[in-house]
Design a protein around this ligand. Structure first.
Ligand SMILES: [Zn+2]
Length: 374
């Protein structure tokens, strides 16, 4: 277990959040389980590390969503780096094997406080938030997101973006309210209206998040794909299998319409590892075709993370750093993706979101079969 005191780079909020999740999964009462889950979420979303909140007398201020049980655990961890209370509860629950499995599925996830630290630490290379010009994965009311395309454009402009892509799900993903062809045409008209109003200040692109099926095929035809300005391909099934799925991912990357391989593994923090594949082979193919590898900034996804991003960087890949927002407030998730890019030392020139709009559009209009890099 990661020790906290004296360890400069330990992500203390991630350690505490992990223990609180362990505690949640050790409860037999649903109500208590949800309580500890909420407490973990509150700690992971804090802007500052808990170590900065401790008073000179060792007391913690009241934190919204944190009850006395969680506070006791937090103090234990801050003092010793561990929590005997949690370990005892885990043993008593009889669920240690499942909880250890979940611990392994929380590796390389950053807390919000750690994201902020990485963004402001000049010791890292890679992009700074000021270089980030636009977000290329988000969802609107046209599939499983909340906002209208106008609300998305307004929120993105408020964040200083020059462009953004709305990337609702394609019709194959029924569970996420995938768009039919007719709906996509309606959304296109709504986006055109937004752009007509924005003038040269801002450009909203119509993208699509296509679903990769078991064989690596997408849930839209080539003609349909051609109507979108950016096509993302992402896996949403077979995410809990141990078997190798390299062929599936290579097939998706080889699709001539695909520009971004989105949340490549489909992992979920503490829940599933996602697709198992020879990622170096996938990255090599993506690099040769000019397909960008996404770093998805959703805190529960963080997919790919910085350790895998280092390998994609070595393979020569381009990157897309996206929020995968489903509300306008979640647009800040892009910062999580930027933090992973900094930890991996990815130069801004390799990040498509750091390109000016004309360069981005040139890349988007070039079919990947041209085998272009950059
Ligand atoms: Zn997705």
């Amino acid at each position: 277990m990661t020790t906290v005191p004296g360890t400069r780079y330990a992500d203390v909020n991630a350690v505490v959040g992990g223990y609180l999740r362990d505690l949640a999964f050790s409860q037999s009462s649903q109500q208590k389980m949800f309580g500890y889950k909420r407490a973990a979420a509150a700690i992971l979303a804090l802007d500052v590390p808990l170590t900065d909140l401790v008073g000179p007398d060792g007391t913690l201020p009241r934190i919204l969503g944190i009850g006395p049980g969680s506070t006791r655990v937090i103090r234990e961890i801050l003092e010793t780096g561990e929590s005997p209370t949690v370990e005892r509860t885990v043993d008593e629950s009889g669920r240690r094997a499942d909880i250890v499995r979940r611990r392994h599925l929380r590796r390389h996830f950053l807390s919000r406080a750690e994201v902020r630290r990485v963004l402001s630490d000049p010791g890292f290379e890679g992009p700074v938030p000021q270089q980030y010009r636009g977000d290329l994965q988000m969802h609107s009311e046209w599939s499983d997101g909340n906002p209208t395309v106008q609300e998305i454009a307004d929120a993105c402009r408020q964040r200083g973006y020059e462009y953004a892509a709305v990337t609702d799900h394609s019709y194959g993903l029924k569970i996420a309210g995938g768009m039919s062809t007719a709906e996509a045409a309606g959304q296109r008209r709504a986006i055109d209206a937004v752009n007509a109003q924005a003038g040269s200040q801002f450009r909203l692109l119509q993208g699509i998040e296509a679903n990769i099926d078991a064989e690596g095929r997408l849930d839209l035809t080539d003609d349909e794909a051609a109507t979108f300005e950016v096509v993302l391909a992402a896996p949403h099934s077979r995410l809990r299998k141990d078997e190798d799925q390299t062929a599936r991912m290579l097939a998706a990357v080889a699709h001539p319409a695909v520009r971004i391989l989105a949340h490549p593994r489909g992992r979920m923090s503490g829940s599933r590892a996602g697709v198992v594949a020879d990622w170096d082979a996938v990255f090599a193919s993506a690099a040769a075709r000019g397909v960008a590898i996404e770093i998805d900034g959703d805190p529960a996804r963080q997919d790919i993370d910085h350790t895998l991003a280092v390998r994609a960087l070595a393979a020569g890949c381009l990157f897309a750093l996206d929020s995968d927002a489903h509300t306008t407030a979640q647009l800040s998730y892009a910062e999580t993706a930027i933090a992973h890019a900094r930890l991996a030392g990815i130069p801004a020139a390799r990040i498509v979101n750091c390109w000016p709009l004309d360069q981005l559009l040139r890349w988007l209009s070039r079919p990947s079969s041209a085998c272009h890099r950059r």
